[in-house]
Every structure is written in structure tokens, then in C-alpha cells.
Write a protein that binds this ligand. Structure first.
Ligand SMILES: [Zn+2]
Length: 154
């Protein structure tokens, strides 16, 4: 990895297991529900929440399936790896809407095995088994916005 590359300063100090779980939830929502990654997330050590604009609320079955899928990925103990690519190239592969306008020329892409990839400068665990058990503790739908609240059990 090129250590010389200047990255934008990260404005959050997330708990790495929670923040990595946020990646998995976003990746799973994109694959399973067909929405975009959450642009409104609140990540904390004990309890985190992500909001997704959806035309209708998730069903209980869908919530269970999201939870099971994420726990299956965690159990595979996938490695989290990084790659640096030019922002122009990243724009053709990834949703860059969440990036600040002053994002650097080179972007760091965070890969979770081959399950998920997105640009991020946050702090992550090294392997998914370090996340623990993923649990959706509540889900609320209001005004076209699906909120998912999740916790990690060790
Ligand atoms: Zn990240």
C-alpha cells in the first residue's frame, strides 16, 4: 500500500467493528433490496442506525434475511483489504455521492472479501469474524425512510 497518498481526514471516530458492520449492511441493502448505500448513518459502539429511502417498508422476512445474510458473511471470516484508485476511475465503479466535494485525487477502496467494496477512509476490522454477531434490534418506516437499528453481540 502506498503510504504517501494523502487522504481526506475522516470526520468520524467509529468503532471499527460497528463501522465495518455498516459496510456489510449497506452492501446487503444494495444487493438484496436494490437501494443505495445509506447517506444518513449514526454509528456508535453500542447501537447504530442507518436510514434508507425506500418506497415501502421492509417486511419482517426481509429484515430476517438481511440479518442472516450479514451473519453468514461474518462467519466466512472475509479479509478487509484496501486499494487506491484514481477518483475518475472510482466514479465509474462506485457511488461517490457520499464523498465530500474536496475528495482527494486518489480514493481508498475498502474491500470486504469479494462481497462488498466502497470508497472509505474510516477504521475497519481486519477480518469479518472480529465484528461479532450482527443483530437488527429495531426497524422503523416513516415518510419513505426505512431506519434500521443494529447492535453487535460478542
Ligand atoms: Zn469504512
Amino acid at each position: 500500500m502506498d503510504q504517501e497518498i494523502q487522504l481526506n481526514e475522516h470526520n468520524k471516530t467509529e468503532h471499527p467493528p460497528m463501522h465495518t458492520a455498516e459496510h456489510l449492511l449497506n452492501g446487503t441493502m444494495v444487493k438484496m433490496i436494490g437501494c443505495k448505500r445509506s447517506r444518513n448513518a449514526h454509528i456508535e459502539r453500542k447501537k447504530s442506525k442507518c436510514d434508507y429511502p425506500l418506497p415501502q417498508p421492509l417486511s419482517d422476512d426481509q429484515i430476517k434475511e438481511i440479518e442472516n445474510t450479514i451473519n453468514n458473511v461474518i462467519a466466512q471470516n472475509l479479509e478487509i483489504t484496501f486499494e487506491f484508485i484514481p477518483a475518475e476511475e472510482a466514479a465509474t465503479k462506485y457511488d461517490l455521492e457520499r464523498l465530500p466535494d474536496d475528495a482527494t485525487e486518489m480514493l481508498r477502496i475498502v474491500h470486504i472479501g469479494d462481497y462488498d467494496a466502497c470508497p472509505c477512509v474510516g477504521a475497519h476490522v481486519e477480518h469479518t469474524s472480529q465484528i461479532g454477531h450482527f443483530r437488527i434490534s429495531s426497524a422503523r418506516y416513516q415518510d419513505g425512510m426505512q431506519r434500521i437499528v443494529f447492535r453487535l453481540d460478542q
